[in-house]
Design a protein around this ligand. Sequence first.
Ligand code: JDK
Length: 202
Amino acid sequence: MGVVGRAIEAGHLDVRTVDLRDFSKGAHRQIDDAPFGGGAGMVMMIEPLAKALGPLSDSIRVLMTPAGRPLDQDMLDRFATIDHLTLVCGRYEGVDERVVEHFIEEEVSVGDFVLPGGEAAALTLIEGIARLIPGVLGNAQSIEGESFRESLLEEPHYTRPADYQGWKVPDILLSGDHGRIEEWRAAQRLERTRQRRPDLLD
Ligand code: JDK
């Protein structure tokens, strides 16, 4: 089982879903409409969202959107301390802006790419939060000393066999010289970060 399932089973986390169509009216249960001012695509209507979100003013209501603040580890740390989060997952082109003005505390983006809706972004947030809840991760997978906390990428990892059909693990890791092994790992972290994420070194 994954971290979310374990967190739920242990009583550390509760995840509930709400179908916005249950807050719409009419046989068609419409939740989207054409944008004022014209243009392509549809916009999520304020009425179902207001009915669903209005009563949840005791929670922090987070809208998933490509126009939100970029998610990072510090934001997850903060969310992990909040008792009740409501994650709002739009579809279509997004939600009527009056929803944001009146019913949303934070707007969050999980990256500079466009998903078809907010659900996968919300799951990213839930998974990122679940592993931070005290007691959810075992000691073996402890969150101490993670790469993003020291702002460098991780070194490459290897396990047995030391030779898989001629593909060998770097000799240094089999040397037993822990001083030189840690030196090698530190150099790998720096080099990978320089190559892949130079922005992290600035
Ligand atoms: C929630 C609907 C799809 C949204 C407009 C955006 C620039 C204009 C399609 N990090 C991240 N990526 N994607 C999301 C996300 C997408 C969502 C919803 C979250 C609700 N969509 C959508 C906006 C547009 N388009 C890019 C040009 C198109 C979160």
